[in-house]
Design a protein around this ligand. Structure first.
Ligand code: ZN
Length: 275
C-alpha cells in the first residue's frame, strides 16, 4: 500500500498559505515526491522532513510544477553540510525538457538528474513509475506509479483529455487529476482539463478514487467538487486542498481522503485490499 499526501493543489500560483503541484508518495521506507511547485518546500515538512525525500519525479518544466526544486536543492546542500544526510537528491525529469533545463536540477553536493524518455518505465526506490506524454504546450509526462502489492496511483500532470491519457490511466486505484478550468472553458485548446473533461476521464478510465487538483486560483473550486461528485458513479471524489479553506465543512460520505495537519492524504491500496 502507498500513502499519498497532496502537498499542493493550485495551478499557476499558490493561494495564501498553499502550494502548487507536489504529491508525496510514501511506501515503506520510500518517500517520493511527484513535482515540486512553489510552496512545496514550506509545506512538505508538515508531513515529512525534507531530508527524508531523496527522489523527485518532475512531470514537466513549467514553474508551477518545478520552481521549488531549486529551493529543495539548496536545502539539501545545507542539510548535507550539517551532516543531517549523506545522500544526493535525485530528480527524474523528462529528457525532452532539453539539456539546459535538466542541468538546472543538478548541483554538486546536493542533487543529480536523470532524464526520462516518454513511454519509459523507471524504478524509483521500490516503486515502478510508467510514463506517457500528455497533450500540453511543453513536454509533460503523466505518471502511473505502482508498488509491489499492485496498488496503483495515476497522476495526469498537466494535459488535455485524450483517449491515450485515459487508456494509460485505466483502472488505477487513485487518480490525481488536474482540474484546471470551470465548466464552459475549452480545456483542449489550452492543454488542460476542465471539470467536465475530468468527468469524461473518470468514465473512461474508471479509477476507484478521484482526487481533483491543479485548481484555479479564482472562483470557488468547491463548485467543481460538487459538479464532479454529482456526475460520477462508482468512484469517490475528493479535492486536494484542505476542506476548511474552501467552506467544505463536510467532505461527505463518498470521501476517501482525510485531512492531516492541513494536508489532504489518502491510502492507495490495490482493489480488494483493505485500505
Ligand atoms: Zn503545465
Amino acid at each position: 500500500m502507498m500513502r499519498l499526501s497532496a502537498i499542493g493543489c493550485w495551478g499557476g500560483s499558490p493561494r495564501v498559505g498553499g502550494a502548487c503541484a507536489g504529491y508525496l508518495v510514501e511506501c515503506g521506507r520510500d518517500a517520493v515526491l511527484l513535482d515540486c511547485g512553489p510552496g512545496v518546500c514550506a509545506t512538505l515538512p508538515r508531513v515529512r522532513a525534507l531530508t527524508d525525500v531523496d527522489e523527485v519525479v518532475v512531470s514537466h518544466a513549467h514553474y508551477d510544477h518545478v520552481s521549488d526544486a531549486g529551493a529543495l536543492m539548496y536545502a539539501r546542500l545545507v542539510h548535507r553540510q550539517l551532516g543531517m544526510t549523506t545522500r544526493d537528491l535525485t530528480f527524474h525529469a523528462p529528457a525532452a525538457c532539453g539539456r539546459d533545463e535538466l542541468a538546472r536540477l543538478a548541483m554538486p553536493g546536493a542533487s543529480r538528474v536523470i532524464g526520462v524518455e516518454a513511454g519509459d518505465e523507471v524504478r524509483v526506490g521500490g516503486l515502478r513509475v510508467a510514463t506517457r506524454l500528455t497533450s500540453h504546450p511543453v513536454p509533460c509526462l503523466a505518471l502511473r506509479v505502482s508498488d509491489e502489492t499492485g496498488a496503483t496511483l495515476g497522476y495526469t500532470a498537466d494535459g488535455a483529455l485524450t483517449d491515450d491519457l485515459a487508456s494509460f490511466l485505466a483502472d488505477v486505484d487513485v487518480l490525481v487529476t488536474e482540474c484546471s478550468l470551470y465548466p464552459g472553458h475549452d480545456g483542449r485548446a489550452m492543454g488542460h482539463m476542465s471539470c467536465d473533461d475530468v468527468i469524461e476521464l473518470q468514465r473512461a478510465s474508471r479509477p476507484a478514487h478521484l482526487l481533483l487538483t491543479h485548481l484555479p486560483i479564482y472562483g470557488d473550486p468547491a463548485e467543481m467538487l460538487s459538479r464532479v461528485r454529482g456526475a460520477v458513479t462508482g468512484a469517490t471524489v475528493d479535492i486536494a486542498c484542505p476542506a476548511a479553506s474552501h467552506g467544505i465543512s463536510d467532505i461527505g460520505p463518498r470521501a476517501a481522503a482525510r485531512e492531516v495537519r492541513g494536508i489532504v492524504t489518502m491510502d492507495v491500496a490495490a482493489a480488494g485490499a483493505p485500505a
